[in-house]
Design a protein around this ligand. Structure first.
Ligand code: MN
Length: 345
């Protein structure tokens, strides 16, 4: 185990989390021997990056550690260290050890974990839960909750926890955490970016995190099939009569025809949210495995779309939120547009 002296300036960073909660979190981790880490279904750079950074730290503390997720790591995140160690095991009883701690990263609720939760309910009911998150709608489902809604990314909280555990950072930790920051802040361009975010980014950069490479992989590296899908979606873009709501949809038949994947729609919302006069932008797609489920992504610069997402049974941030509706695509999209209209009224 690598030990470094504590830094009080770092520890003052997350004032939104009471000191007692940090102490309880450290005690939970120190007591645990067999730890499973997980993140939300449809994992992103922050969820995987935060999880990987803790995976490395917990290994350094000689814990038995496993990472699980309901969905595979997206192709564009496979460069992350230990990405190949993330298992798509849904039943925690199938792990080679019985966990005595579950650490949930970047998930507003347990249901957001998807199959890992629904197929392991009894494990989640009996094993202590540590909840690391920054979503406004986080339901505080953990035994201990490290939830700071002022954090730009869960990576900020994962970093603070590692420091409190007195585990030295590595180049791999820095890469994982920088990926969390870059992806969740769209390259340090969101309202959620604070001086604390940039101070951490500076520290990670100094530790060798390959910022240019991470930005290239996050924002530029792309696939032919993905661009063709975006072309379809953009050419079918629609808006309400007053132009305040714009929406587009990505039916699975079209995705199949173009050879595109469900994850290929990631990033598309950022492209369309700049439409002049549009307060709310909605993306809708049906799930590959279950056409009776529609994913909805909401974006806005002017309206709190987390409220709309909650009306639809989902959640998220003020500027970016989402929901999963038990409806076919056309019905799900209509419901989302209606909820957006109701909210604007
Ligand atoms: Mn996040």
């Amino acid at each position: 185990m690598v030990v470094t002296p504590s830094s009080t300036t770092q520890e003052d960073r997350h004032a939104a989390i009471p000191a007692g909660e940090w102490e309880k979190a450290c005690a939970l981790v120190l007591q645990a021997q067999r730890i499973v880490l997980t993140t939300h279904a449809g994992p992103d750079g922050d969820g995987i990056g935060s999880m990987v950074s803790l995976y490395i730290a917990l290994h350094a503390m000689d814990k038995l550690v496993a990472m699980v997720c309901s969905d595979p790591v997206p192709q564009d995140l496979t460069y992350l260290p230990y990405a190949g160690h993330v298992q798509d095991i849904h039943q925690l009883t199938a792990l080679p050890f019985t966990p005595d701690l579950i650490v949930v990263c970047d998930s507003a609720s347990l249901s957001r974990l998807g199959a890992v939760y629904t197929e392991s309910r009894s494990s989640f009911a009996t094993i202590p839960l540590l909840n690391l998150d920054h979503h406004q709608t986080n339901s505080r489902f953990g035994l201990v909750n490290l939830v700071d809604t002022t954090a730009s990314a869960t990576a900020e909280i994962a970093h603070a926890l590692r420091e409190r555990l007195r585990v030295a950072p590595t180049l791999e930790t820095a890469t994982a955490l920088m990926t969390g920051l870059v992806t969740d802040t769209l390259g340090f361009r969101t309202d959620s970016v604070t001086p604390r975010t940039l101070a951490l980014a500076a520290e990670l950069l100094a530790a060798g995190a390959p910022l240019t490479e991470i930005c290239y992989r996050t924002f530029h590296a792309t696939r032919y099939e993905k661009l063709r899908l975006w072309g379809y979606a953009l050419s079918n873009l629609q808006r309400s009569e007053d132009g305040r709501i714009a929406w587009l949809q990505l039916p699975r038949e079209v995705r199949a025809e173009l050879g595109a994947k469900e994850t290929d729609l990631m990033g598309l919302a950022s492209l369309v949210e700049g439409i002049e006069g549009a307060d709310i932008v909605i993306l809708a797609w049906d799930k590959r495995k279950d056409p009776l489920r529609t994913g909805i992504s909401l974006r806005s610069r002017t309206v709190n779309v987390a409220t709309i997402a909650q009306m639809l049974g989902g959640g998220g941030h003020a500027n970016a939120a989402g929901a999963l509706l038990a409806e076919p695509l056309d019905v799900g999209l209509r419901k989302a547009v209606a909820a957006a209209e109701a909210h604007l009224d």
